[in-house]
Design a protein around this ligand. Structure first.
Ligand SMILES: Nc1ncnc2c1ncn2[C@@H]1O[C@H](COP(=O)(O)OP(=O)(O)OP(=O)(O)O)[C@@H](O)[C@H]1O
Length: 229
């Protein structure tokens, strides 16, 4: 589903590359944690999958396509297949919960009938039934992240990318979000999550890829967090 072939990424003006000769493959339906110290290259890895950044050398494949070679007009279709969740939720503050989730479908031209059916189903899936009319600032952090997960998943993407999704949440709330991501993964969606949350990684026992200075230094199935911060 995702394949990096000898990928390096250097940012202009930076001495050493953010990613350095990374070769890694993530199969369809896998759940993968990306761990490593701050600056080790996790976000760069995720941005390359979304083609928000492009490799300096090497090839990135998503669903069999080398995405660096995709024509610009095909990039939105690629991103439509990839849901994203971030530490800071990134909800639209002036839209209700339901509108935030619906918006993700409106911008890709889905019909009102489809939206009216799918949004309530997805809010129920994430445990927010009955809260569709709330504004984001009327929700707890954990609930706001559930909205973000609903928005990321409402189009049933083949990949879900999560960059520190529990970074702003307390441990109990984080467990709830992880249960949700696990549930989404069980529907067949490939999940790649960058995290500093040792407790979560140790509890979930999923594949762990560790980056250090832009290189893969560990790739372990049913792994643990495994290093001191
Ligand atoms: N847009 C950019 N321009 C220049 N350098 C960048 C840019 N983005 C990241 N870097 C550099 O690339 C390296 C890897 O950064 P990256 O954000 O991928 O790490 P990370 O593992 O996600 O870190 P964190 O855990 O703090 O989010 C760092 O040295 C960082 O300073």
């Amino acid at each position: 589903m995702i394949r990096f072939e000898n990928v390096s990424k250097s940012y202009a003006g930076q001495g050493r590359p953010a990613l350095d000769s990374v070769t890694v493959e993530v199969e369809k339906g896998e759940f993968v944690f990306l761990v490593g110290a701050s600056g080790s290259g996790k976000s760069t890895f995720l941005r390359l999958v979304l083609r928000e950044a492009r490799p300096t050398t090497g090839k990135v494949y998503v669903a069999g396509k080398e995405i660096n070679r995709l024509a610009g007009w095909k990039v939105p279709a690629l991103r439509r297949q990839i849901g994203t969740v971030f530490q800071d939720f990134r909800l639209l503050p002036n839209k209700t919960v339901a509108e935030n989730v619906a918006f993700a479908l409106q911008v890709i031209g889905k019909s009102r009938a489809h939206i009216n059916k799918v949004v309530p189903d997805t809010l129920e899936l994430v445990g927010l039934e009955g809260k569709g009319n709330r504004m984001p600032d009327e929700l707890s952090g954990g609930e706001q992240q559930r909205v973000a997960v609903a928005r990321a998943f409402v189009n049933r993407p083949m990949i879900l990318i999560a960059d520190e999704p529990t970074g702003n949440l307390d441990p109990n709330t984080s467990v709830g979000i992880m249960k949700l991501l696990d549930r989404i993964n069980r529907t067949g969606t490939t999940v790649v999550m960058a995290t500093h949350d040792a407790g979560i990684v140790d509890q979930m026992r999923k594949r762990v890829i560790e980056l250090e200075g832009g290189r893969v230094v560990r790739d372990q199935s049913r792994g643990v967090y495994g290093y001191q911060q």
